[in-house]
Design a protein around this ligand. Sequence first.
Ligand code: CA
Ligand code: CA
Length: 587
Amino acid sequence: MRMRNQFLAAVGLAALSVGLALPAIAEVTEQDILNDAKTPEDVVTYGLGPQAQRFSSLKTLNRENIKGLVPAWSFSFGGEKQRGQESQALVKDGVLYVTGSYSRLYAVDARTGEKKWEYNARLPEGILPCCDVVNRGAALYKDKVYFGTLDAKLVALDQKTGKVVWRKDIDDFKSGYSYTAAPMIVKGKIITGVSGGEFGVVGRVEARDAETGEIVWKRPVIEGHMGELNGKPSTMTGKTNETWPGDTWKFGGGATWLGGTYDPELNLIYFGTGNPGPWNSALRPGDNKWSASRLAINPDNGEIVWGFQTTPHDGWDYDGVNEFVPFDMQKDGKTVKAGATADRNGFFYVLDRTNGAFLSATPFVSNINWAKGIDENGRPIYDEANRPGDPAKSEDGKKGKSVYATPGFLGGKNWNPIAYSPDTKLFYVPSNEWGMDIWNEPVNYKKGAAYLGAGFTIKPTFEDHIGSLKAIDPATKKVVWEYKNKAPLWAGVLTTAGNLVFTGTPEGFLKAFDAKTGEEVWKFQVGTGVVASPITWEQDGEQWIGVAAGWGGAVPLWGGEVAKTTAGINQGGSFWAFRLPKALASR
Ligand code: CA
Ligand code: CA
């Protein structure tokens, strides 16, 4: 009798747990997010782990068997408006989540490419995206999928149905705010920045309760602005007028438009900040903190723990937003808790990620001339001859001295993320070789209007190529190999334990390289430019590769003479999934 009761109890419990587990989609937990880099069966974060090393431990696919990597399916984003597709997809429990241009989000069966649901944000007239109508990805947490929209809203959707759970204003799109980055989940909070650095907005990082969307803290990144914690003013960023004169800090820029990374070990969020406003640096003497910087922020209260300014008093639109990637560096027999970033200004920085101390800066593009180098404290040694002149000192007061500066304002590297392999101990940096004519003009702040006070034309440095994928050793500072591409590189990079590096080209190829030598070992033409970040995951015992395809982004809009190298590239909007069939994996 007792046996039977125990049996019944066990059956009852089993039935109960089956009942609870019935929804096909398991919730994405905090542990799933923290362990993302170690669990190749899913991709639940932007960057394949909160540190965004974009390294997968999968090694089924290698340079020998990659010829067997074949398309499994392709999914069209549909619609007439096909613009730049810069998204990184997420995969969980056989469902792939990918965002598209014009603030769209799709849930797709990861095995078949069949659409489960689609969410289209209804965008108002008058949105002000600076650099195409892109979106870079979503975030997963518990039973929701989150993304930001071009009208500066944050949306939480039900993972199973795509129905809106909540929608919150990040800010007023009429003032120039928008949103394009992938949000980040840290300790139950959803962390976002703002886009709009060309419109005199003030950059900030903010955290919301991921369940409700209510603000927990706000941290403006420009000095003089007050932070917020639990609905009350917290602390001021910096000290008013320390590095910004007069009222200039009020429209100081520093847009936090590319999202951040997170180091759970140190409990620090790393966020980059964009150019100071306006571009015309004669109008804001001083270092202009914390524009063009990397900030380490405490995710619990929004306090700045350390800051490192890559380009103090920027005059070239060298946004400091590029991702800061935590990694452990072996140097002189010691392990250094380091972080690296390939800055728009053309230098590859390695910092101590515990305190922001400067370790090294190495040029990763040719002919840098705005600075003669970086001093031992990490501060640029400016070449004042290559800073655009003050229009007030010109004869008619309308146009300052024009200079030719390298890199061009689109940067030695732009938004497209680097990857780091703990196997090869190399960073893979998608860079571009270009310079620009740049001059300053007078400008006044006007809500919702471009706040530049500058004119510019971007030009290639070399005749045969602009794009340059470089493998950089952060310890020796050497470029170990380089792949040259005719058109500018605008896609993210992925590396794997199978000794492979993947990236896309505007010419429409997804390409794979030997991670140690740079030898090109595979390519596939997807029919339109690739400007997105590839992912890899394991499904049914096979290794898959996926990437969004669709030409666009800043280059065709802002690329001056450079845009000519990409004329004739067809637009598109799709996701491609590739797999290595089991039978070919063992060959
Ligand atoms: Ca994972
Ligand atoms: Ca900018």
